[in-house]
Design a protein around this ligand. Structure first.
Ligand code: ADP
Ligand code: MG
Length: 225
């Protein structure tokens, strides 16, 4: 119907706008983040002043996270499409999360055994991996632990297994994953898994979650090539 058509059109415009707004906001956020980081190095700051900078940096990181999720969610663009085996994306993500893991006493173990190539959106794949790995690190915040990433192939399917030995989830908590704004964290956005489910389903993949409270969580992603 006409009404339906208008609605679809509106959604499309919305996603175009959110992509460009997110993109435009990301640059000033990154610049401000960089300058604050420099300011923090100053030798003449008082303890309070250092604390204010730390708060500001944290809030900026939160805003950057929200914007990255929107950006990745809003645009499956042809210029981002690659045909590859995920190795580069996983190496990249592992490297950028390394300091965050170290800060939380988490070791990252990494196994890569895949030659299959798939066409995927590089940005969305990176952001999905970041969101899952970050959650794994955050689940081990209190105790430290091992985050393992294993990539293999089977029957023309790429299999990514991401495992942590953190706080784990109940059945009920698992069923809430991917609901907009669902978060059990004080400073969570509750947008990470929403983005992951969206991106993996766009890539025709599946996600399986196995978790036990107090033991840990395993995410298994399959991506048919
Ligand atoms: P956020 O990380 O901002 O809270 P997410 O959408 O990334 O939002 O995750 C939603 C919620 O799912 C988290 O707050 C947490 O309760 C739960 N969760 C996700 N991954 C894990 C994990 N590896 N271990 C335990 N809980 C998890
Ligand atoms: Mg998260």
């Amino acid at each position: 119907s006409r009404e339906n058509f208008l609605h679809t059109e509106r959604l499309h415009v919305m996603s175009e706008i959110s992509a460009s707004v997110s993109h435009e906001i990301r640059n000033p956020l990154t610049v401000t983040h960089g300058f604050l980081q420099l300011l923090k190095e100053s030798k003449t700051l008082s303890t309070d002043e250092k604390m204010y900078i730390d708060f500001s940096l944290k809030e900026l990181e939160r805003a950057e996270e929200i914007v990255s999720n929107f950006l990745a969610f809003a645009k499956p663009q042809s210029e981002n499409m690659v045909s590859s085996n995920l190795k580069e994306e996983i190496e990249y993500v592992k490297n950028i999360l390394f300091p965050y893991a170290k800060m939380n006493h988490v070791d990252i173990e990494f196994q890569f055994n895949n030659t299959l190539k798939k066409r995927y959106d590089k940005n969305q794949m990176q952001q999905s991996l970041i969101n899952i790995l970050k959650n794994g690190i955050e689940a081990m915040k209190e105790s430290g632990g091992i985050l393992s990433i294993d990539v293999s192939e089977q029957n023309r399917t790429i299999i990514i297994i991401i495992k942590d030995n953190g706080i784990g989830m109940t059945e009920d908590e698992i069923s809430q994953l991917g609901k907009p704004y669902y978060s059990t964290k004080k400073e969570g956005t509750g947008l990470g898994m929403l983005m992951v489910y969206g991106a993996i389903s766009k890539a025709k993949g599946t996600i399986e979650v196995e978790s036990e409270k107090g033991k840990g969580t395993t995410f298994t992603i399959t991506l048919p090539v």
